[in-house]
Design a protein around this ligand. Sequence first.
Ligand code: FAD
Length: 492
Amino acid sequence: MSNLNKKVVVIGSGFAGLCAAGTLAKQGHKVLLIEKNEQIGGRARVWKEKGFTFDMGPSWYWMPEVFENYYQQFGKKASDFYHLKRLSPSYRIYFGKNDQVDVPSDYQSLRNLFEEIEQGSGDKLFRFLNDAKYKYETGMNDFVWRPSNSITEFFELRIVKALFKMNLFGSVSAEVRSLFKHPKLRKLLEFPVLFLGATPQNTPGLYSLMNYADLVLGTWYPMGGMNEIVKAMEQIALEQGVEIHVNEEVRSIEHQHHKITKVITSKSSYEVDGVIAAADYAHVDEKILPKEFSNYNPSEWDKKTMSPSSLLFYVGINKRLKNILHHNLFFDEDFEQHAKEIYTEPQWPSKPLFYVCCPSLLDRSTAPEGHENLFFLIPLAPGLQDSETEREKYFEIMLDRLEKYSGEEIRNHIVVKRSYAMNDFVKDYHSYKGNAYGLANTLLQTAFLKPKMKSKKLKNLFYAGQLTVPGPGVPPAIISGQLAAMELSKNL
Ligand SMILES: Cc1cc2nc3c(=O)[nH]c(=O)nc-3n(C[C@H](O)[C@H](O)[C@H](O)COP(=O)(O)OP(=O)(O)OC[C@H]3O[C@@H](n4cnc5c(N)ncnc54)[C@H](O)[C@@H]3O)c2cc1C
């Protein structure tokens, strides 16, 4: 019997769900994508208020070829949907008042910057990025496409050799620190792995591939905002015949002979041949599946290292700004202290590092005439007690520092403001412990050591998204959706 035209439900419409749905529909399956929220896109939704359009989650567009690869499968390219611009400089790091570095987008200027900060570091940068290139190419063209169902997928001499060459067992931090002495260069090179949810000390050296993505492949921006990617993927899914239901929550399943037969939602029930669970993995395990069918039990989930949660503010101001860039990192406080307060002694940070994005500097569609659109983010330990008072306290801290370093008056110009933190992540996405971007990429949570994509107990269920392989971030979520779709397809 042909394996085409099977009925598949995809739970959750983040990037993983959208890409799984598009991929399965292209293979000829009848796909229903079910999303609990009013908008699709998951963590990449938008909030519109008084003429402002705020991207609610991701703001850094890295690894553009991962997006292109997905579009290509449907005979499309990113430029069919949105105009991508490379940011130059890529971003700014504030180390203190009148002490900042703008990270250039071209290699020669970057090398000059390194030499200015630490003599002799230009050659080391060249070597470091060459290594990072090898890791990026091997990682992104090969490793991330392995479903990692079993360690045996990596039993090949070529692969084992590559794992050593990629410094899987060392840390990004050790690698950076062995080459560069200056604290500014160390911070600059250790920053990208923070996207992966763990400290540079706990992130395998393999992930310096992120430095290649950052410093060589560049930081891009889709005009119109990050939600343009969601619109592109929605269009592809619809063209492939995917049916999308919003405002509908998956509540439970029915099963027979170790297969899901029905998906039950807040509105209806659907007979299925296969399911992709692209909602938060722990939520699926704990709330949707009967206990005996979950892949991991609550105590196993509790032991996993989650990526941080975040405190966010979406702020509109009635003036234009001159003295900041699109992406601004405030690394003017002790990195280690903040990391400790996220990972080892979870608490609200005593002196937080934070990030401010101002997309309206480049993209006037995100704010009304004469106004600016600002997004603030402080990484926080997942599972903290969340309250309005705490949120406000940290907003004031960030404003003080932003005003001081940029020399811009902001406080009295605020016309729109909304905070977003742990409680919202839990309520809106069923996020485990309010995590913002999934599971941390530590050594013990890499590849086949991550929560498995394949259900151990239900033959026609595969998980996708930022809590399984390959990991957190938009490009990995895109790959995860495609991988899960291919795995399910083989099993249908
Ligand atoms: C504040 C923030 C900033 C970030 N910055 C960046 C960045 O700059 N660059 C980058 O690459 N990555 C960034 N990330 C990470 C990136 O956004 C995520 O890794 C990625 O979007 C996750 O996609 P996903 O499909 O795995 O999950 P999600 O986007 O969470 O999608 C899961 C979906 O499932 C739905 N759902 C849950 N339960 C149910 C249910 N029972 N029934 C139906 N639907 C359900 C949820 O509502 C949600 O829509 C950021 C994340 C956050 C939160």
